[in-house]
Write a protein that binds this ligand. Structure first.
Ligand code: HSE
Length: 437
């Protein structure tokens, strides 16, 4: 059988990793596929100085358009990132009848509907395993391995940089900026690192997970997004004393009212396996109605872990390269005509538990005042932690764990607490998930 010809867009961290893995494991891949995969055309900035490819055998260019318009190329692998050029190139590749493999979560989360529609019309594949949780084959697990289930909810640590920062801050007391710099040097962080620390990257990934879990459209703009930049060591320590760990989670859940889609720091019980996922590692916990909870763990970022997913997509695409669409897994795992219109719930309509830290004057009656407000709103307090203040401090930290309640109700109670003259500054609020059934 003839080799399948691949064009590569981008020779950065993931592009370089993909080239390395494809070349190093070429023999093993051929044993799996019964045919070879050959990279024939590569586009990248500063390509003249690359040392991976033999320029006598592989066409090298700085102009990505040449690759997507190359009649010889059958699969275009888009690893340049970003939305604008990547969208243009991917749509051109599809229009030219080429299959597309991409690691670009921003592209799929924001332009996925348009891209998938174009691919379906043209009868080509768009594969994006590497877009979510790096090397973990979570797209394959959801679309195929768990296809017999109704997915109930997903909770994932899906940004390696954020998890790396939280872990280093907690374990080594390192400064936020210093750890972020290290993540950038190691190639984990996005080109714009605010995407990592403000939760945007995780929201891109969660949008994709929700679409394939529940068979809904990709709706990134409706994802509630909160990052880790306001997490302090004070709250990390109180969480620990209460038996919890603070993780940045992407959570999506199907409820009778609609779909929850939210990314935010979350207290989770330390005894959960996912609470022990540290460093750049990612983990995705999926609850299916038949299987129960399943947990997927692995490296969420980095050259070769991400390449592992890209190469698996190339192999899958090659296997069915000439097969009619009916034999292929639909891009979102569900038939395009059967997508659900279940609404995405605004965060105010999400029900969850909360950790609250209230900074208050050290005087009698404050705890009673605060408790009364929650009682008035029929919100039950499940735990209270208050330490004696240091000798020279006039402020006490009042830490509460409160029961699952609608966010809009807790907002009202928090506003009333903040209005108390004995309360100083803003109440710190971190959502709590027990991740049981
Ligand atoms: N910046 C991303 C992360 C890279 O840190 O997880 C992988 O998508």
């Amino acid at each position: 059988m003839q080799a399948v010809k691949v064009g590569l867009l981008g020779l950065g961290t993931v592009g370089g990793g993909t080239a390395t893995v494809l070349l190093r494991n070429a023999e093993e891949i051929q044993r799996r596929l019964g045919r070879a995969i050959e990279i024939t055309h590569v586009a990248g900035l500063g390509i003249a100085s690359q040392t991976i490819f033999d320029p006598a055998k592989v066409k090298l260019t700085e102009d990505a358009a040449e690759v997507v318009n190359d009649p010889e190329v059958q699969i275009v692998v888009e690893l340049i990132g970003g939305y604008i050029l990547a969208r243009e190139l991917v749509l051109t590749a599809i229009a030219n009848g080429k299959h597309v493999v991409t690691a670009n979560k921003a592209l799929i989360a924001t332009h996925g509907t348009e891209i998938i529609r174009a691919a379906n019309e043209k009868g080509v594949t768009v594969a994006y395993e590497a877009a979510v949780a790096g090397g973990i084959p979570i797209i394959k697990a959801l679309r195929e391995g768990l296809a017999g289930n109704q997915i109930q909810w997903i909770a994932g640590i899906i940004n390696g940089t954020g998890n790396f920062i939280l872990t280093e801050m907690r374990d080594k007391g390192r400064a936020f900026d210093e750890v972020l710099l290290e993540a950038q040097k190691k190639g984990y962080a996005e080109a714009d690192p605010t995407f990592d620390v403000e939760g945007i990257d995780a929201a891109h990934k969660l949008t994709i997970l929700a679409a394939i879990a529940f068979g809904i459209e990709l709706q990134f703009e409706k994802c509630y997004t909160e990052g880790i930049s306001k997490i302090t060591t004070v709250d990390v320590e109180y969480a620990r004393e209460l038996g919890y760990v603070i993780k940045h989670l992407g959570i999506t859940r199907k409820t009778d009212a609609g779909i929850e889609l939210r990314v935010h720091p979350t207290l989770i019980p330390r005894k959960r396996l996912i609470a022990n996922v540290d460093g750049v590692m990612n983990a995705v916990l999926v609850q299916g109605d038949a299987v129960g909870p399943t947990l997927y763990y692995g490296a969420g970022a980095g050259a070769e872990p991400t390449a592992s997913a890209v190469v698996a997509d190339i192999i899958d695409t090659v296997r069915l390269i000439d097969a009619p669409a009916v034999y292929k897994v639909p891009a979102l795992g569900f038939q395009p005509s059967a997508l659900s219109v279940a609404p995405i719930l605004p965060v105010e309509l999400v029900k969850t538990a909360y950790y609250l830290r209230i900074d208050a004057e050290d005087k009698p009656g404050v705890l009673a005042e605060v408790s009364e407000i929650f009682a008035d709103h029929e919100i039950s307090i499940e735990a209270v932690l208050q330490k004696e203040p240091e000798e020279d401090e006039a402020v006490v930290h009042l830490v509460l764990l409160i029961q699952r309640v609608l966010e809009q109700n807790v907002n009202i109670a928090i506003a009333e607490v903040q209005a108390l003259t004995s309360v100083m500054g803003e109440v710190v609020r971190i959502r709590v998930e027990h991740l049981g059934k």
